[in-house]
Design a protein around this ligand. Sequence first.
Ligand SMILES: [Fe+2]
Ligand SMILES: [Fe+2]
Length: 170
Amino acid sequence: MMISSTLTKALNEQIGHELSAHNHYLATAVYFAKRSLDGWAAFFFRQAEEEREHSLKILHFLLDNDIAPYIPQTAEAKPGFADAVEAVASAVRAERTVTTQFEAMMAIAHQENDYRAVPLLQWFLNEQIEEEATMGKLLDLVQSGINLFQAQDYLPRPHADGGEEVPESE
Ligand SMILES: [Fe+2]
Ligand SMILES: [Fe+2]
């Protein structure tokens, strides 16, 4: 059975959201790099890379299901944050938005009997739990008032990609 057109559309749009998240984190990395906060910058460069991998995971899922995805337009991201707290707070907000997007897709999957998409969507929901937790810790750190250079010793490690639960597309 094919993936329903409703879920196909949502998944394809999500490729764009993940690419936009990639851009957003690149801009965040630039914000920190410009201030010689290289540990913070490295954290967000890695985070950006993860978002790109997310977009590819969905893209390959669609290809494996005989759907040729289009590549959506992505949002421009400028490193225009008032301060580091705002930069991290915007990451927290962005992750929460993505979580609601996957929750909505999981609801569609159940509605449309798209059972083959459920493991993929559950993988992403698990991923979102971890990313929200990581960004939350980062916000606590930056809001603590600690010197941002010293804070680099306490940056949460970006979690290992738990991609094993859903086999990678070849
Ligand atoms: Fe993502
Ligand atoms: Fe994310």
